[in-house]
Design a protein around this ligand. Sequence first.
Ligand code: GLN
Length: 306
Amino acid sequence: MSKINYRNVVAQVMTAVRPHIGAGKVADYIPGLGEVDPGRFGFAVATVDGEVHGGGESATPFAIESISKLFALALVLHHDDRAIWKRVGREPTGDPFNSLIPLQLSRGIPGNPFVNPGAIVVTDQLLSDTGDAYGAIRELLRAETGNPQLHVDAVTAHSEETTGNRDRSLAYLVADFGNMINPVHETLDHYFRQCSIMISCEELARAALFQARHGVRADGSYLISAEDARGVNALVLTCGTYNEAGDFAYRVGLPCKSGVSGGILTIVPGRCTAVGWGPGVNEKGNSVSAAVALRAFGRLTGLSLF
Ligand code: GLN
């Protein structure tokens, strides 16, 4: 494997993304996110050898949103790698992340762990496994980043809670089909808080490195088995950007997990992780500028899988 000069790559990614910074629309359906200036942008790479390189606002925290779903899934697999697959599928839905339609047709078994109903089921499972789903995710992120200050943004959590009727509808439909263990309001309380954890590009890239290290955490212990890590990367590729996952595979050629606050994480198994953050998202809820950055990253490094 040839040595990649990641510092140069980050500088070139920043040049490639510049004309696209500010593109898209901030997700104002969650009012706390709607306040964020769309002109911001950060990018970071973390390697399995311990290098971290950032460009732009790579140290600025933003709400993790749906990228938290990856960590919740890993923790559930850590506790019991079989139980969850009776409750959630492993297929892309081809529908928006918060659509009720596929959930009705599948009789309350969400298509995959990354659409909202699937993630809510994962959080419900994690709540049963640990007694504190949000706390487990926060502690994992704190440990992997080495930042004991990682916390929830109270304003974002409050606005998720007050405008979360779609997520409530999804969760009650799941419950109606008998696929929720805990009371809906308790599971959603954890889900809304996990989405509102503030984290920077550099921290997120470091926190997700276990997926590039085949399941191994920063302290050398296994969070999940190499087989589960491989499976999670496959799900990130096929489902991580919802009804745009095919296009991301085509354009970036790497597993990508997005969040509606404008972050996108990519994983290169055995090598590194990278995160772009630009708050403007498209109609599928994926950051326009971060997608441009990750495409440039795949091209410049030659790390695209295809
Ligand atoms: N908290 C957001 C929601 O529940 C997460 C969605 C996302 O980031 N795609 O709608």
